[in-house]
Design a protein around this ligand. Structure first.
Ligand code: SIN
Length: 332
């Protein structure tokens, strides 16, 4: 049986979202509450739509909200419109999906119209942004805030975009400058999405925390390639791409586990989460919430509702009543 709870009122434009109804269910004497928080953001459940999937416009994002997503991360948006790479840009492999889209997007001013259309929603909207330097990032973050985003996610981890993503996110001094500059320019929470493709991930996570970020999102895709044996050439037009889906879950869990020991800010796990048990593994590694991307393709848009039900069933069976009890359980 499901009951609803209303959180305390928010204060506007600090990133705190409007009233939301926590997802709480009762099983005999046990009350299972799967709501969670990431700094000031309150999520009715811990499943978020990951950036880059079904988030081209307000209509597709609304559909993910209707399918139970506890928060939405937008497509990564830049200052100017960008076409992205030529096709092929996406290939399904045996154990995951390889993509190199090339950050296609309509630019912040046009995309702002899509965010404005979602203003009535009770679900937090997190604006993903990419840029080459601190000034551009701050400009984008300010616009996201003005359009009504409840937080921004800095994409410093796309593994194949020249001048952007990983090229920015593997330079500690530049990353510190970007995060602190963005923090200085917005009042909404600032999340930073990190890459598994660097050797100094823990040091980078500490840099991000020291620069004032509110949360770390781990991980973006794993840099990868597929070669066509007949043509003898890489299949993607861009040659290299980013690998996502089930195959990368152990990499994501390891990254979250390592970062959790080095920082105090909340972590959001992403990478291969397809089932409720996958999400629980990330909570145990130290994540407060999870993002789902490729599994929208594998299990359909209703994956958010389905994963939430699986999380609740597992929690009931193992007598956990809150997500908080699970976060970092691997360290106890
Ligand atoms: C892309 O647009 O190619 C993917 C973006 C990312 O990996 O962050």
């Amino acid at each position: 049986m499901l009951t609803s709870v209303v959180f305390p009122p928010p204060s506007l434009n600090t990133g705190e979202n409007d009233f939301i109804h926590a997802d709480i269910s009762r099983c005999g004497d046990l009350v299972v509450d799967i709501s969670t928080t990431i700094g000031p953001l309150r999520l009715k459940n811990p499943t978020m739509l990951a950036s880059g999937i079904m988030d081209e416009d307000a209509g597709s994002m609304q559909r993910m909200i209707d399918c139970g997503a506890g928060a939405i991360v937008t497509k990564s948006i830049g200052v100017q419109p960008r076409d992205g790479y030529a096709n092929p840009t996406v290939i399904e492999l045996d154990h995951g999906i390889l993509n190199a889209m090339g950050l296609p997007n309509p630019g912040i001013d046009l995309y702002g119209e899509e965010i404005k259309k979602l203003q009535a929603t009770k679900v937090p909207i997190i604006g993903s942004i990419y840029a080459a330097d601190a000034n551009e990032f701050a400009r984008l973050a300010e616009k996201m805030q003005r359009f009504g985003a409840n937080a921004v996610e800095l994409n410093v981890s796309c593994p194949h975009a020249k001048h952007y993503g990983l090229e920015v996110g593997s330079d500690p001094a530049l990353l510190h400058e970007i995060v602190s500059f963005v923090k200085h320019h917005v009042s909404i929470p600032v999340f930073v999405k990190v890459s598994p493709n660097i050797m100094n991930l823990v040091e980078m996570a500490q840099t991000i925390e020291n620069a004032g970020a509110d949360a770390i999102v781990a991980i973006n895709t794993v840099k990868a390639m597929k070669i066509d044996l007949e043509t003898t050439r890489p299949l993607l037009a861009n040659k290299t791409g980013g690998y996502s889906g089930k195959a990368i879950k152990p990499i994501g869990v390891r990254c979250v586990y390592d970062i959790a020991q080095a920082v105090k800010i909340p972590l959001i796990g992403v990478g291969g989460i397809t089932t409720g048990e996958d999400a629980i593994e990330y909570f145990m590694a130290g994540a407060s919430a999870v993002q789902i991307g490729s599994a929208v393709y594998y299990r359909g848009p209703d994956v958010f509702n389905v994963v939430c039900e699986e999380i609740k069933t597992w929690m009931k069976d193992h007598e956990y009543s809150t997500i908080t009890e699970l976060i970092g359980a691997a360290f106890q």
